[in-house]
Structures are given as structure tokens and as C-alpha cells.
Write a protein that binds this ligand. Structure first.
Ligand code: GDP
Length: 459
């Protein structure tokens, strides 16, 4: 995630406090200096860092003695509260829907920010929630933007209104000159609303043109589209990887189109994402969504408190649970749990569970939402998604009987399975061994031993 190194630096800053029973003013000042450096190195805007650290300092020095929290925990809690604040806790709200459909959502931002990709994700997300979205190709400037939106729409299963072809390219990176006529985006946007009303689309997502830098022609075009369709939401999409320019760009778009909400994109990237963290606080506008990859499902509703908790490596269990609830079939899960406790959990059940978990997205993203995982990032990074593919392939090469009752898998069956799945016999052996161990462990746990192995109790 874009905040990995910030997470590491902050947990280091807190580590030194952990051993102390009582904090002196000097301890607090030292920690705050480290936090300040960590934020600045992550590209968080200077003004934001200044007010953040002064608030943390004031609260930490004046903190009441707490029975529930030790001094270090108290400082972490204060940092967590203030980080949540920076991320827009005060202005946090869900997407604004029109009382009378269609709800009109306009996307604005620099070229390459991720608007077209976001249009597909938003469309997919809305459709999933029972809406009838329409995507509108009003970026007639970026080469192939119209075609790209059509592809994204098709993938998402969401219709696209694209009456103009826009600039076409055969693969070069050219950008059309300002003012070059490539069709009228304002007319496209206006017509799309008529179409939505006629055909009863309840949300219209308008993709608009961006440029490599902020410019007047671009801003005027965005304003013209805005004035023509009066959107319920103008979402400013900002690439979390652009660094210090994020704040300048956000301010320019805020003045230019007076956007209503922010979408942070490319949060999956490795670059320092701190500038994006400043955007809510600098503009006073809420961050509504986060984009975390190139796939349609790499998208989440943004919650300041959950993001703060993730940055502080306190996990984001709520998002994990929500994603799981969407994918998991509760009945099936209950049946699997029953089988587990009766020791009847076979490889076929395992395969089913594995597939459900995989639908939640890459394992790395999921594991990243578990508290304390930042310390294990190296292992996470080394996690090989292909290993899961191999496991699936091996199980698929087994007969139903073998999956139900792995004990019958003898040497010749192992050789057949290895051959059938394109793996070695030792890979098959390894999987069977791991499965047997896991089954034993599950049996032990369900027969009355409490807690997970390896996890100490509190304290
Ligand atoms: P636009 O010019 O604003 O419409 O930007 P695009 O939607 O075309 O995105 C530009 C590039 O960034 C494309 O290659 C996208 O696949 C990629 N992209 C968009 N969103 C994300 C994201 O959340 N994560 C990653 N890693 N890439 C993204």
C-alpha cells in the first residue's frame, strides 16, 4: 500500500514509548519529532503536518491519567484520532444520490489520474447495489479514452453512451492540442442526461478529459460540463503517487470546478502517498472512495477512521468483514464449520472455501487489513499467488472420492495427480501433508481447546 513506509516509521516512533511506565514531556516531544519527520518524508503537506503535530502534542501533554490505557497506548490513540481528523472525519459522508433520478456524477482530474478506470469501478459497484448506471464518454481528448471506457463498461456489464469517437491513437502518447475539435463534450454530457431520463438509468457517470498539468482550457471545459448538467457529485480523482503536486492540483481543481468529493486512486502503489492524505484537510472536502488496483473490484468506500487504523497497523477488520459478507454464502460457511468440528472437512470443502476467499481479491490485500501485519510485510510480499493456483490445480486433478477422503491417495494416485496437474509428486505430498496437519489442528480446537495456537492471551 502507498502508506507502507509511513506505517513502519510511525510504529517505530511508538516502539520507544512502549517500554515506559510514565512519559515525560521530553519523551512526548521526541516521539512527536519522529512522527513529524515520518509525515514529512511521506510527502504530507507541511501545513497539515504542523497543525497535526501541534494538536497531538497539546493533547498528549494534557492527557489525563487513564486506567484503561498505558501512556504509549494513549499517545497512539491521540495520533489515531488526529489522523482520522486529517482524513476528513468531520466531513465524512456517503455518496449523494439525487431525490429525483438520475443521480449525476461527474469525474474530474488530471490525465492518467484513473478517471476512466474509476468510472468502470463505480458503475460496477452501483450495479451491484441494485442501481442502473450509465457511463458517459465525455473525455474526447485523451487518445482512445472513449474506446477504453467502452471496454471498461463491457467488463463491468454497464452500458456506455459514446456518440463521439474522440481522439484515436495507434499507441502513441500524443495529447491533442488545446481547442482541437474532437466533438463537443458538453453536448455529449447534456444528451446523456436526456437519454438516462428516457431509458430510466438512475445514475449517470460522466468521464471528462484531463491533461498532464492543470490548464485553463481544461478547467473551462470541466466547468462548462458542470454547468450544463448540474451534477449531484463532482468527484476529483487524484493519483496517490503524484507526491507533493497532489495538494497544488487539488487546490486548482477545487477553485476550478468546486468539486464535492475526492477519490484517492492507486493506493496500491509503492510511492509515498502522504500528499494524498493532505487533500481532505487542505480542501475540506470528503474522500468518498479509494481505488486500489487496476481490476474492477479494486475499489472501496473510504472511511477516515478505518484508513487511519490501517496506517497505524491496527488493521481494518470492518472492511474485511464487509468484503467477506458480500462474497460468502452463509449457509455454506455454516455447513463447512459443522464439517470441520466433526472432522469431515475434505479437500473438496477446502477447494470451495479457497475459491470464495480468492474472490475477495489478492491475498496480499486481504492480509494487509489484519492488525499487526505490517511487521510481516516481507513475508506478505514474498507471498506467491501462484502457489494458490498450484494448490487449486492439484485438488482439481483428484477424483471426488479422493477429495472427500484423502487417506486413499496412495503412491500411484499421487503420481497420477501430479501428472494431471502439471506438478511434481513432492508438491502433491506437501499439500496432503499440510492438509492433514490442518485437519488435526482443527479437530483439536473443536474438541474443546480454546484459542488459536501461537496466539498469546492479552497482555
Ligand atoms: P484517466 O486518464 O484519468 O482516465 O486515467 P485511467 O483510468 O486511464 O488510468 C491511468 C492508468 O492508471 C491506467 O493504466 C490504469 O489502469 C491505471 N490505474 C487506474 N486506477 C488504478 C489503481 O487504483 N491502481 C493502479 N495500480 N493503477 C490504476
Amino acid at each position: 500500500m502507498a502508506f507502507n513506509s509511513l506505517t513502519d516509521r510511525l510504529s517505530n516512533a511508538f516502539k520507544n514509548l512502549r517500554s515506559k511506565g510514565k512519559l515525560t514531556d521530553a519523551d512526548i516531544d521526541g516521539t512527536i519529532r519522529e512522527i513529524r519527520r515520518a509525515l514529512l518524508d511521506a510527502d504530507v503537506a507541511l501545513d497539515v503536518v504542523r497543525s497535526f503535530t501541534s494538536r497531538v502534542r497539546e493533547r498528549a501533554l494534557g492527557a489525563e491519567v487513564s486506567d484503561a490505557l498505558n501512556p504509549a497506548q494513549q499517545v497512539v490513540k491521540i495520533v489515531n484520532d488526529e489522523l482520522t481528523e486529517i482524513l476528513g472525519a468531520g466531513v465524512d459522508r456517503p455518496l449523494n444520490f439525487a431525490k429525483n433520478p438520475p443521480t449525476i456524477i461527474m469525474l474530474a482530474g488530471l490525465q492518467g489520474a484513473g478517471k476512466t478506470t474509476l468510472a468502470g469501478k463505480l458503475g460496477y459497484w452501483l450495479k451491484d447495489a441494485g442501481h442502473t448506471p450509465l457511463l458517459v464518454a465525455a473525455d474526447l481528448q485523451r487518445p482512445n479514452a472513449v474506446t477504453q471506457l467502452q471496454v471498461v463498461g463491457e467488463r463491468a456489464g454497464v452500458p456506455v453512451y459514446a456518440p463521439e469517437k474522440g481522439v484515436q491513437s495507434d499507441g502513441g502518447d500524443e495529447v491533442s492540442a488545446p481547442g482541437e475539435t474532437t466533438g463537443d463534450p458538453v453536448k455529449v454530457a447534456r444528451d446523456s442526461i436526456k437519454l438516462a431520463k428516457d431509458k430510466l438509468y438512475d445514475t449517470v457517470i460522466i468521464d471528462t478529459a484531463g491533461r498532464l498539468g492543470v490548464d485553463d482550457v481544461l478547467m473551462k471545459q470541466a466547468r462548462d460540463i458542470r454547468d450544463a448538467v448540474q451534477p449531484n457529485e463532482i468527484l476529483f480523482v487524484i493519483d496517490a503517487m503524484i507526491g507533493q503536486d497532489a495538494v497544488k492540483t487539488a487546490k486548482a481543481f477545487d477553485e476550478g470546478v468546486d468539486f464535492t468529493g475526492v477519490v484517492l486512486s492507486k493506493l496500491d502503489g509503492d510511492a509515498r502517498g502522504g500528499a494524498a492524505l493532505s487533500v481532505a484537510s487542505v480542501t475540506g472536502k470528503p474522500i468518498l472512495f479509494a481505488s486500489t488496483g487496476e481490476g474492477l473490484k479494486d475499489f472501496e468506500v473510504f472511511h477516515p477512521d478505518r484508513m487511519a487504523s490501517r496506517i497505524l497497523d491496527m488493521g481494518d477488520i470492518l472492511t474485511l468483514i464487509e468484503q467477506a459478507q458480500k462474497q460468502f454464502d452463509e449457509e455454506q460457511a455454516r455447513a463447512a464449520a459443522a464439517k470441520l468440528s466433526e472432522g469431515e472437512f475434505g479437500l473438496d470443502d477446502f477447494l470451495e472455501q479457497l475459491q470464495q476467499v480468492r474472490q475477495l481479491g489478492p491475498m496480499k490485500n486481504l492480509l494487509g487489513m489484519i492488525p499487526g501485519m505490517a511487521q510481516h510485510r516481507k513475508e506478505l510480499e514474498a507471498f506467491d499467488e501462484k502457489e494458490v493456483d498450484r494448490t487449486e490445480a492439484i485438488i482439481r486433478s483428484m477424483t471426488p472420492e479422493e477429495r472427500r477422503n484423502p487417506k486413499i491417495i496412495d503412491g500411484s494416485r499421487r503420481a497420477r495427480i501430479a501428472y494431471g496437474s502439471g506438478n511434481t509428486v513432492s508438491a502433491v505430498n506437501g499439500l496432503l501433508q499440510r492438509f492433514e496437519q490442518a485437519a488435526k489442528m482443527m479437530k483439536r480446537m473443536s474438541s474443546g481447546q480454546r484459542g488459536f495456537p501461537g496466539m498469546g492471551g492479552p497482555g
